[in-house]
Design a protein around this ligand. Structure first.
Ligand code: ATP
Length: 315
């Protein structure tokens, strides 16, 4: 029998194609209609058995990445969602032994692209494989939902709609392939702060509803219609906390993006530049949008990616 002493799992970032947010609930959460779309900005999570002599800490963390100031925002203690995921697998199965957990990060941190949640999803899969605990898909999804609203999506990837507080996931038919540009902000935004600002701005928020135009655009693979249908109820709150994002969005729109929006709670801004693969028109539009965003001087980094892509994958 082969025993794995190290396992690496690759996991994508998400952008929200629709984020409809209802009024605050008594438990502090909000009901959502949250259309997740996985894009090819990946984190890689590697778990390795720690030396046999080490009993504590149970998870020892390291991280690297080429994202300027972003990496400094990744906690390297037990508050890291990937470390919590490793502990959750150990507690759930009564198995497992101390591990070294390494994060190779490409997903913006505190950027509204669910990087922490993605790492947690990857750590669930990696620990399950390393320890041979054989958790079923259903139990992994249950553990994911306990760790956070966005974690289960990291397991499944592709395009899916989340309802409830975002954790009840259904796949969404989306046969098309899309090209995106992302503007990473020099600042981070706390998801909790953005929801608080949303509650202040929208005390009258209606119940969230699925957007049929978006569903139709995705089902038919129509990039122009998709660009028009993109929506995010949290965007006004993110712009209120970080007004410079309006200039970023405007620069991308003026350069020809088919659609532009703040991703999730922000501050990363997402620009749809086309559908299909390998078209010169799309490549030219992408270059124009990247150049315009870079010229604003507001972005920490500007990167392009494809969507959708699969969820957590063992390498
Ligand atoms: P979401 O859209 O899911 O609310 P986000 O994409 O805005 O989150 P994350 O990158 O997940 O933001 O980070 C949010 C905060 O979570 C960070 O500021 C950091 O303190 C903490 N965090 C915990 N674990 C991680 C991790 N593995 N990678 C990045 N941040 C983490």
């Amino acid at each position: 029998m082969t025993v794995n002493t190290t396992v690496t799992v690759r996991v994508p970032a998400k952008v929200n194609l629709q984020l409809a947010v209802g009024p605050g609930r008594e438990d502090g959460f909000h009901d959502l209609v949250n259309v997740f779309h996985a894009v090819s900005l990946f984190d890689e999570v590697t778990v390795t058995e720690a030396s046999a002599r080490r009993q504590s800490p149970f998870v020892s963390l390291t991280a690297r990445g080429e994202m300027g100031s972003h990496l400094a925002r990744v906690p390297l203690d037990e508050s890291n969602l990937a470390a919590r995921a490793a502990l959750a697998v150990a507690e759930e199965t009564g198995r497992g032994a101390p591990v070294d957990l390494h994060l190779d990060k490409q997903i913006p941190v505190a950027g509204g692209m669910a990087g922490g949640s993605a790492d947690a999803a990857a750590a669930l899969v990696a620990c399950d494989r390393l320890w041979g605990t054989g958790l079923s898909r259903e139990r992994l999804v249950e553990l994911a939902a306990r760790l956070g609203s966005d974690v289960a999506f990291g397991l499944v990837g592709a395009t899916a709609v989340g309802t409830g507080r975002g954790e009840i996931l259904e796949p969404m038919p989306s046969p098309g392939r899309y090209r995106w540009v992302f503007a990473l902000s020099k600042r981070g935004l706390s998801t909790a702060d953005v929801f608080r600002e949303y509650d202040r701005l929208r005390p009258d928020a209606p119940e969230p509803r699925p957007d049929r135009e978006l569903e139709k655009a995705l089902a038919t693979g129509d990039a122009v219609a998709l660009g028009r249908a993109l929506s995010n109820d949290l965007q006004p709150a993110a712009l209120s906390l970080l007004p410079e994002l309006e200039r970023t969005l405007e620069a991308g729109r003026a350069a020809g993006a088919l659609g532009a929006l703040v991703s999730g709670s922000g501050p990363t801004c997402a620009f749809l530049v086309g559908g299909g693969e390998g078209s010169t028109v799309v490549a030219e539009r992408e270059a124009e949008v990247v150049a315009a965003l870079t010229r604003t001087g507001l972005c920490e980094q500007v990167v392009a990616a494809d969507g959708d892509v699969p969820g957590a994958t063992v390498l």
